[in-house]
Design a protein around this ligand. Sequence first.
Ligand code: COA
Length: 277
Amino acid sequence: MAERPDVEELTIEECSSENGVIIIATINRPEKLNALNIDVKEAVKSLCAWAQESDEVLVVVFRGASPLPPPEGKRQKPHSFVAGADVSEFVGKDSVAIRPEFEDNVWEAVWKLRKPTIALIDGYALGGGSELALSCDIRIATNRSMFGTPEINLGLIPGGGGTQRLTWLVGYGKAMEMVMGGEMIDGKEAHRIGLVNHIVEPDELMNKGMEIANNLSSKSPLTIQIAKQAIRAALDNPITDGILLEHNMFVDLFDTKDKEIGVNAFMERGKPEWTGE
Ligand code: COA
């Protein structure tokens, strides 16, 4: 059984919903704009393993810690979801040193979680931070957020799935411009090009996130997992194969208890009590 991580760099809140638990995982390195160092990456990987195994956990929400009040005479650090991988950990490393970190990596751990995931973005989502958001199923951002893939400015390219998932989400032309140009775009533009699902005022972010998380947690955990799998099949397969896969998944759901529960609840004007079977 995977263990729930217990480290300062990742705070984990369990919020009760009607059918189980919504996890709010906060990346907590505000002094470094929540940059992903090895400890954070390992903690998020452990969180995903634990959340996957837990019957209670229905949805996982990721966010970045808010800036701390500045010391006397110092300026306030900006708001940030995650300002990327921790660049200080790249210094002097060669391919042999970096490969293990990027093979079994945090972005794939989030992407492969079979439960719904939501990124709540308030501030910078850069490099590995934008890739973390891209690994989630749904992205909600505040209007003061900034997105970008600035790796090109470090002599690098995105290494956490950014070139692939960004291209899927915003299309070839925008991905080319963002990855090769390394410029940031603001929340409004991110919303316009489909990089984020919703754009809200900062004080509405958590409410909007919880509204969506609560809705997702009210569905059958089994059916929602199949829905996610079916949509992902669209990324991996030609459309004819994808439609066949969807067809088979749909038909197989007719052998589940939750299909009978859902259909009967509709017929009887009742509320479905899912079993997850
Ligand atoms: N890795 C390591 N440290 C980072 C970081 C990162 N990706 N992003 C920010 N930080 C640190 C800064 O070094 C600084 O630390 P310090 O106060 O100990 O010196 C602190 O976070 C605040 O950042 P700072 O640059 O002073 O804030 P700013 O408001 O002037 O600029 C950014 C904000 C986001 C524009 C700028 O920090 C930045 O460009 N970050 C790097 C983004 C990046 O290249 N990400 C991709 C990595 S693959």
